[in-house]
Design a protein around this ligand. Sequence first.
Ligand SMILES: Cc1cc2nc3c(=O)[nH]c(=O)nc-3n(C[C@H](O)[C@H](O)[C@H](O)COP(=O)(O)OP(=O)(O)OC[C@H]3O[C@@H](n4cnc5c(N)ncnc54)[C@H](O)[C@@H]3O)c2cc1C
Length: 293
Amino acid sequence: MTRIADLLAAGRTASFEFFPPKTEPGWATLGRTIADLEPIRPSFVSVTYGAGGSTRSRTHELVNWVRQETPLTPMAHLTCFGHRRAEIEAILEGYRAAGVTNILALGGDPPADALAEAPPSDYRYAVDLVEHIVGFGGFSVGVAAHPELHPRSADRADDRRHLAVKLAAADFAITQFFFDATHYLRLVDELATLGVDRPVVPGIMPITNPAQVRRMAELSGAEVPAWLVSRLDAAGGDPDELYRIGVDAATELCAELLDQGAPGLHFYTMNRSTATRDIATRLGLPAALRTTR
Ligand SMILES: Cc1cc2nc3c(=O)[nH]c(=O)nc-3n(C[C@H](O)[C@H](O)[C@H](O)COP(=O)(O)OP(=O)(O)OC[C@H]3O[C@@H](n4cnc5c(N)ncnc54)[C@H](O)[C@@H]3O)c2cc1C
C-alpha cells in the first residue's frame, strides 16, 4: 500500500485532484477523465471532501473505487470543521479497512451564511485533526499550505508559524493554487527559516474559464496577476484563444517550479482532463519528473 510520504522521498510526484460528482453524467465524465489521465501515470490522485461532511459518502465511494478498480493510489481529503472525534474515528476505520493509506487533513470552512449555526466540532484547527490521524496510526498525512496566506490569516508570520507546527506533525503539504511562482518560492523559504524540511507540493489550477478562476481566486485569496489578466483580456472572449493562453501560462509556471526544485506538481483538474493532459504533454510528464532536483 503506497504512502505518499514514500513517493515524495523517492522522487518528484505528479498528482491530480478530483471532486465527487453529484450526478450520473458527472460520474461518467469523471470516469473518462481518469481514463484519459492514466497514461500520465499519476503518482497519486486526491478526492475532495465537503466541509462538515456534505459529500462524505460520495468522497468515500470515489476513494474506494479508485483504490479497488484502478491502478492509481488515492488520497482522501478530510476536513475537521463540524466533526466529532468519534465520527472521524469511524471514517479512519473505514479507510483503514479499505486499504486507503493517504489523507489530506484540512480545517474546512464554516458555512458562508453568517447566521447559520456552526455544527458542534471537537477540533479547532487542521493541526488538531493531523494529531488525531497520526495518533490513530497507519496513514501518510498531508496538509494544506497557502502561499498567499490563508484568507483568515491577519499576520504572515503567524500563518507561517501555524503551518510549521502543522508540518512538524504531518508528512507533506499541498498548496492552494497561485499564478506567480514567487509566492510559492517565498513560502518555501519562509518555512525553511522555521526549520521545516517537509516537501511542499505546489497546486496548479489550469485556467480554462477566466470568470470561474477569478471567482475561485477571490475566495482563496490568490491574486490573478496583471500580466495574466491582460493576456486573457487580449483573447477578446475567444474560447480557443483563452484555452491556449491558460495552458501556456500553467505550463510556464510548472516549468519554472520544476526548475526551482519543486518536489512535485498537484493539478486541480475540476474533473476535466484536457487542460491537465495538454500541460503534462508539453512538460514531458512523467519523464520530466525524473530530472534531478
Ligand atoms: C490542497 C488543498 C485542498 C483542499 N481541499 C479541501 C476539501 O477537500 N474540502 C474543503 O472543504 N476544503 C478544502 N480546502 C480548503 C480548506 O479547507 C480551507 O482553506 C480552510 O479554510 C483552511 O484549511 P487549513 O487546513 O489550511 O486550516 P488550518 O490549518 O486550521 O488554518 C486555518 C486558519 O487558521 C490559522 N491557524 C492554524 N492554526 C492556528 C492556531 N493554533 N492558532 C491560531 N490560528 C491558527 C491559520 O493560520 C489559518 O489562517 C483545501 C485547501 C487546499 C490548499
